[in-house]
Write a protein that binds this ligand. Structure first.
Ligand code: SF4
Ligand code: SF4
Length: 205
């Protein structure tokens, strides 16, 4: 075994492989020649030709975001939406707390209280967007189909902890009255074969 002294003094430079070692240019003329030699290679014109060829096709794939946006998959899990009941216009959330319990990021907080006639009402419902990972569990578990994922994805914020309350997420009244509350077909919405599965436990399908 090699001792420490020999190990520290070992010379491995004989194993180096030197590849195309150029002499460093000394004069400005030599430096200029090297710049020209390195810059004007055949590959440059091949690259320019490819760019030109693609340019004249006018088959442009670049999206001018945010003026242009690509279509989003119906199953995209964007910012949460809280629905209103179609019959009454009230918020569909009953404050059961299942979304709060299932949330793996611990970002939903619900506070409830007893309302008139001793019924439970939602006092506050907040979502910390800084923690949410858009897993979809809350929408999946909601027994009232009150919470779904919408298609809004522009949720950047200057604050790491950006809290949204129920009022921020619930369908605005004017949109609801105009009958434009969208029943999103992705996470949290009624599945197309819901009638067949109505007798099963909610998460069995
Ligand atoms: S999408 Fe996931 S992380 Fe976000 S609030 Fe719902 S359960 Fe929590
Ligand atoms: S699971 Fe649905 S009904 Fe229950 S508290 Fe959450 S949003 Fe409201």
């Amino acid at each position: 075994m090699m001792d420490l002294k020999n190990y520290n003094n070992r010379d491995i430079s004989n194993d180096y492989i030197y590849m195309q070692v150029e002499e460093t240019p000394k004069t400005w003329q030599d430096k200029f020649k090297r710049v020209v030699k390195r810059s004007l290679k055949g590959e440059l014109f091949v690259g320019l030709w490819i760019v030109f060829r693609e340019m004249v096709k006018f088959d442009i794939h670049t999206v001018q975001y945010p003026m242009e946006k690509l279509p989003i998959s119906p199953r995209f899990r964007g910012l949460h939406e809280i629905k209103r009941l179609l019959e009454s216009g009230n918020q569909a959330c009953i404050g059961c707390g299942l979304c709060e319990k299932i949330c793996i990021s611990n970002c939903i907080e619900i506070k409830t209280k007893y309302g008139a006639k001793g019924r439970k009402v939602v006092n506050s419902w907040t979502l910390n967007l800084g923690r949410c990972i858009y897993c979809g569990y809350c929408a999946e578990v909601c027994p009232e189909l009150a919470i779904t994922h919408g298609q809004e994805y522009e949720v950047a914020s200057e604050q790491r902890a950006q809290f949204l309350g129920m009022a921020d997420l619930v369908t605005p009244m004017d949109i609801f009255k105009a009958g434009k509350q969208t029943e999103f077909k992705g996470f949290g919405s009624v599945s197309p074969n819901a009638d067949e599965n109505i007798k099963k436990a909610p998460l069995a399908y």
